[in-house]
Design a binder for this molecule. Structure first.
Ligand SMILES: Cc1ncc(COP(=O)(O)O)c(C=O)c1O
Length: 492
């Protein structure tokens, strides 16, 4: 009896605590009117941001120093006010450093960030569909897989391929490398005899991927490139033969379909012949170049890409999505499964539905953002045609710049394969590297457009990368005018 009274008291205490915590916890579900106000404020901010884009700087050389206002980054127990928070975001986040949403972003690899993708993210976040397994959300997984299938069909893959949406090109490359290792059965004891082939144009995420997957201890051969920065197949052939003769094990060939530095596309068909001859896993990094397959020129440049064992292409580059979406494609999906599928007791229900592959069995991720929606929504809403036209426009803009900059007396890399190229001005006297460095800095400080730089054969070059859906002739002309002015003022 006594014991029962004690239990009653305990229960009462629990109920009282529950009531108190529920009362506060329920504040996480805003009343509809309050949520509408927050949404309206955010939508207003977004519209203003987009509306003012033509006048916004592509780069603001500010925000690096800490200020007292940075206390706004800290979290508090009490609720914030959305108007004040948006002012803080405007001042301390959105007007500092690079503005990747600007059409004036002509550096690194831009994309723009098409706003309708954010609406997809909004819906994905609100509904919080779990896109990890087909069992949990057949519709979400089917949508993601449809995006992967569409991309694979662009590559020209036939039946039996598969892929997954990752957070970007680096993770997609990592997944491809892990898959190549599993498919070729590379064991720890094999590493020091195993050879990877790439050129100095390979993106550094591939080196990272090799290291993370334990392949950093392999022999990595930098295959020479030709005058157009494309991998030289004869040099590759000679190297592979020499390695075989030395008792080594040629394993992985990494080719570029649009290198980051200069946009070079390797001779994929010839490389595929060599990969087949020497039983190499051929991976093509088309993170930047891949979606140019929507254009005739891109299809021509990347002929043979369908022969690769794996391909990476980034919708947050060539389809102009906001950061956070890369796709890895594997010609034989069984290899992707072999490298990534895993079973857990508590996931046994998920194994009942096998009509579609689940992203969780094709990548390192389990709980993941429902990325399919941010890609599907804008493509479905606009239709594919304007995306293709925008890519064509980028190709023409780059050719236009290539012509014009040469007319201004600049050195350039050869006619661009896609929409990235490099250029430099060699003054009559003085240090050319220092001149170009100062010129890049001047353009960046002015901020109307943003350019980045690179080193080619040890020399300092400026890069043009045209890929934002907001970049049109106006932005390229602004850059040309700035460069011409700089050379006039400082060039002798
Ligand atoms: C050719 C290439 N591969 C891979 C990457 C890495 O992609 P992400 O930045 O999405 O991780 C990039 C990024 O610019 C790239 O240009």
């Amino acid at each position: 009896m006594l014991e029962l009274v004690g239990t009653d008291r305990e229960l009462q205490r629990i109920l009282q605590q529950l009531e108190e915590s529920e009362c506060t916890a329920r504040k996480l579900e805003m009343p509809p009117g309050e949520r509408a106000k927050v949404l309206e404020a955010v939508t207003h901010y977004a519209s203003e941001f987009i509306g003012a884009m033509p006048d916004r700087k592509a780069f603001e050389a500010s925000g690096y120093e800490r200020t007292p206002a940075d206390r706004g980054f800290e979290l508090e127990e009490t609720p914030g006010d959305i108007a004040g928070m948006l002012t803080f975001i405007r001042e301390r986040v959105d007007t500092t450093g690079l503005n990747p949403a600007s059409g004036g972003h002509l550096g690194y690899i831009p994309g723009g960030g098409i706003p309708e993708a954010a609406l997809g993210d909004y819906l994905a976040g609100i509904t919080n569909r779990y896109a990890g397994t087909f069992y949990a959300s057949p519709g979400a997984v089917r949508m993601e897989n449809a995006m992967v299938q569409w991309s694979g069909q662009l590559v020209g893959y036939g039946k039996g391929f598969g892929g997954v949406m990752a957070s970007g090109g680096s993770l997609a490359n990592l997944i491809a490398i892990a898959t190549a290792r599993a498919a070729k059965g590379i064991k720890g004891r094999d590493l020091e005899r195993t050879v990877v082939y790439l050129s100095d144009q390979a993106h550094h995420s591939l080196g990272k991927g090799l290291r993370i997957t334990g392949l950093g201890e392999c022999i990595v051969r930098k295959v020479p490139v030709d005058a157009r920065f494309r991998m030289d197949p004869e040099a590759l052939q000679a190297q592979v033969e020499a390695d075989k003769a030395a008792g080594l094990h040629p394993f992985l060939l990494i080719a570029n379909a649009g290198s980051t530095d200069v946009g070079a596309v390797d001779p994929l068909n010839t490389l595929a012949d060599l990969a087949a001859q020497h039983k190499l896993w051929m991976h093509v990094d088309a993170a930047y170049g891949g979606y140019f397959l929507l254009t005739e020129h891109g299809m021509h440049m990347m002929a043979g890409i369908h022969r690769a064992d794996s391909v990476v292409m980034d919708p947050h580059k060539g389809l102009f999505l906001p950061y956070g979406t890369g796709i890895v494609l594997v010609k034989d999906v069984r290899h992707l499964l072999q490298a990534h599928s895993y079973e857990a007791n508590y996931m046994q229900d998920a194994q009942e539905q096998t009509l579609e592959h689940s992203p969780a069995e094709l990548s390192p991720e389990l709980s993941k953002h429902f990325r399919g929606m941010r890609m599907w929504l804008p493509l479905k809403l606009h239709g594919i045609t304007p995306f293709r036209a925008a890519l064509e426009e980028k190709l023409w803009l780059t050719r236009y710049f290539h012509h014009r900059i040469a007319q201004l007396g600049f050195e350039t890399t050869p006619a661009p394969d896609l929409s990235v190229m490099a250029y430099r001005y060699v003054p009559a006297s003085g240090d050319a590297d220092a001149f170009n460095k100062a010129m890049a800095h001047a353009v960046q400080q002015e901020g109307r457009v943003f350019i980045s730089t690179t080193l080619l054969h040890g020399q300092f070059w400026l890069r043009l990368a045209v890929l934002s859906f907001r970049t049109h002739k106006r932005e390229v002309d602004i850059l040309l005018e700035q460069l011409e002015r700089y050379v006039k003022e400082h060039g002798r």
